[in-house]
Design a protein around this ligand. Sequence first.
Ligand SMILES: Cc1cc2nc3c(=O)[nH]c(=O)nc-3n(C[C@H](O)[C@H](O)[C@H](O)COP(=O)(O)OP(=O)(O)OC[C@H]3O[C@@H](n4cnc5c(N)ncnc54)[C@H](O)[C@@H]3O)c2cc1C
Length: 441
Amino acid sequence: MTHDIETAILTTDFRNAPYWWDAAPLAESAGGGLAPSYDAVIVGSGYTGLRAALTLARAGRSVAVFDKERPGYGASRRNAGFLGRTLKKSYVDLKAAKGAAYASAIYRDLSMAYESTLAFIDEEGIDCHAVRCGRLIAVTSAAHYAGLERELAGMKADLGLPYAMVPRALMREEMATDLYDGGAVIPDLGSLHPGLYHRGLMTSALAAGVAIFGNCEVTAVEQTVQGERFRVTTIAGQTRARDVVVATNGYTPKSLPWHARRVIPFVGYMAATEPLPPALLEKQLPHRRTVIDSNLDIDFFRPAPDSPRLLFGGATANGLKDPAAIATLLHGRLARALPDLADVKLSHVWTGQCAGTFDMMPHIGCHDGIWYGMGYNFAGVPMGSYFGLRIAQKILGLPVEASAFEAATFPTLPFYRGNPWFLPIAMRYFAWKDARLARSA
Ligand SMILES: Cc1cc2nc3c(=O)[nH]c(=O)nc-3n(C[C@H](O)[C@H](O)[C@H](O)COP(=O)(O)OP(=O)(O)OC[C@H]3O[C@@H](n4cnc5c(N)ncnc54)[C@H](O)[C@@H]3O)c2cc1C
């Protein structure tokens, strides 16, 4: 990292690690010795894996969770902590393409994921700053404003979901910027501290008897002909399991080829500012809402829940790896959106792996007897938690209503093996599409 960049935009205690890890550092392995068999083995220790594990363990099943890295290393302790009930795919478009009944069922499930995650946090007593702070969607063109209004009006009419449009003239009441052409507030959406949420979930899972093995990559899952149905090979040895859950989302390895062929891993980028004078922070986001912009390639902002900092991200899948280059890019985006913060320094910059899908929808299901939940497209805080719960309910044979997400087939493309070489082209296409829409207004 060059000295010039260090002194200009980074604090002296800068860390190339998630801000969330300050309050919720990654734990070491807590699995003990590997047993010869378990009722269920779970690959991946994020929200999806742990929520499934906890539910199974509380129902009396023996459960082992394996993670290639330390538990919680994945996106679950790296994300922005926005808690919503929206998809990349718009409600209005989904309704036009697949009919009102399907679109409503999908969006009802999203609401269920959102509400059940908040209820779960409450019931478990997980102190993770979960609040219904509201979300501002800031639009980048007049055409986006019209499209957003259409979308939110459709959702209100069909699903009763609340919103309030914010014309350009009133934007300064929401955010200290003139960059956007207005926006909309969805008043009941929420946020949390993702690190503390994950830590609380892990504490509950351990207390319920789940064995969590960190630094223990699963290298193969094979069906057996004997009593227990699967032989699971890890770098610490082999074990057997009646049920296996793949919960690896953006970190899905090539050793699980069916799953790797269906998710598109991409990198998300985030940063935290140094602590700001409280009045300066309050001026930026007076209502302490989460903010995303309306582009396909989104920028997003929020206040930290536990210190006077602004957290933000964007430039998804841009391909940068060098922390100094990432910091420079993100700092530029911050200064463009919130000019009052052009001179503040960054204390943390980090990345994390997300997973897109070819139909832009999350997927839950069972293939060749192996359960999976993945492809959350930036909505995995509620969806991962919810799919983990639902997978466990399915394994337990509980009489739960089928999720609308289960019906869909999980598409891939011919010759795709999990290496998304086309992402830079797709991101350039998204930027061109955003710019074209803006010009059309
Ligand atoms: C920067 C960023 C911001 C985001 N912001 C939001 C947001 O605001 N709101 C939201 O809802 N979503 C957000 N997301 C998405 C969300 O974080 C994820 O969808 C969610 O955390 C996925 O959880 P998971 O449990 O499925 O997977 P993860 O938490 O990613 O865990 C997968 C785990 O699988 C492990 N693994 C992989 N291969 C193996 C193997 N062979 N053996 C054992 N373990 C293995 C990995 O090490 C990893 O720990 C964001 C993501 C990123 C990266």
